[in-house]
Ligand binder design. Structure first.
Ligand code: DGY
Length: 329
């Protein structure tokens, strides 16, 4: 009997895919740094029973229609805004993501970015390396305190809660805004629920962790930044399009807020000439929220396991379209 065909859109280690190779004919785009060209992906999709995708691949109607045999998509991310979930669901395709395994790693990065931005770590490190350190002076590269300040978390899911736990260690006052109240997070972290406006007006650190949806698209507008404190630090580890980048640029240049730490951008990879990258009060990272060696390995293994389970007729561990299975082909 021929084994089901699996296509992986980026190079993963042999050791990671080994268990999947026992049940499937596994092919992959053999490059670590460059994304699979769209035309190659469309061709592979024609044969595929399963796809293991990155968040950089657009899994849209065109791709789904090109894949008549497709049973499962495992996306190497907790976010799945790159996938047309509704259409895939109509086609009876299981969609899996990688929640939980990346929660603490992403929270660590969020806090690292917050600290780096507030305390001007990147600027300071560059200053030393460029030989600009001529004398000690009282206000040399002075940043903002983090401890005992107010943090406002927009999007209190699992990562938001893990960030709140870290904020407790810094004895911060924790506010959050979410679609609905998260009583468990309130109990575990002492966070208080507020309206979006109250959060942005009163927080010293505004941390965006919300998923990208039709509701959150462009939610940080010119008006939002105007409402923030002039000393506010804005941190985005969710998705770029949640923010109007032009509005953020003006807020930073006009002194409406103090600084921004950005792990994500509207267009990724971000153009090196992007106006935000020219500002000294911006710390920019290349979307590395969950990128630790341990966590990326766990995410890859979870994706492979989910594919294996579906191909063997079982329920995957982390399903996005929860009613899948009722409508399996
Ligand atoms: C995710 O998992 O959605 C993250 O953005 C990847 O780092």
């Amino acid at each position: 009997m021929t084994k089901p065909y699996v296509f992986i859109t980026r190079k993963l280690s042999k050791e990671t895919i080994q268990p999947l190779m026992e049940v499937a004919d596994v092919h992959m785009w053999n490059e670590e740094e460059n994304a699979v060209p769209r035309e190659v992906l469309l061709k592979e999709a024609e044969k595929a029973d399963a796809l293991l995708t990155m968040l950089s691949e657009k899994v849209d109607k065109e791709l789904l229609d090109a894949a008549p045999k497709l049973k499962v998509i495992a996306n190497l991310a907790v976010g799945f805004d790159n996938i047309d979930v509704k259409y895939a669901n109509q086609k009876g395709i299981a969609i899996c993501n990688t929640p939980d395994v990346l929660t603490d790693t992403t929270a660590d990065l969020t806090f690292a970015l917050l600290l780096a931005t507030a305390r001007r770590i990147v600027e300071a490190a560059e200053f030393v390396k460029k030989g600009q350190w001529k004398s000690w002076s009282p206000l040399l590269l002075a940043g903002y305190d983090v401890h005992h300040k107010t943090i406002g978390i927009v999007g209190m899911g699992k990562i938001g809660e893990a960030v709140a736990k870290r904020a407790r260690g810094f004895e911060m006052n924790i506010l959050y805004h979410n679609r609905s109240r998260n009583m468990e997070a309130e109990e575990h972290t002492g966070a208080s629920y507020t309206s979006f406006d109250e959060l942005i007006e009163t927080s010293d650190f505004i941390v965006c962790l919300t998923p990208l949806t039709a509701e959150t698209l462009g939610m940080f507008t010119r008006e939002s930044f105007k409402k923030m404190k002039k000393s506010a630090v804005f941190v985005n580890v969710s998705r770029g399009p949640v923010v109007d980048e032009e509005a953020l640029y003006h807020a930073l240049v006009d002194g409406e807020i103090a600084a921004a730490g950005l792990d994500v951008f509207v267009q990724e990879p971000v153009d090196e000439k992007h106006p935000l990258l020219t500002l000294p009060n911006v710390v920019a990272l290349p979307h590395i929220g969950s990128s630790s060696k341990e966590t990326r390995k766990n995410m890859m293994e979870l994706c492979c396991k989910n594919i294996e389970l579906v191909l063997c007729g079982q329920q995957p561990k982390t399903l996005v379209n929860k009613d899948w299975g009722l409508s399996v082909k």
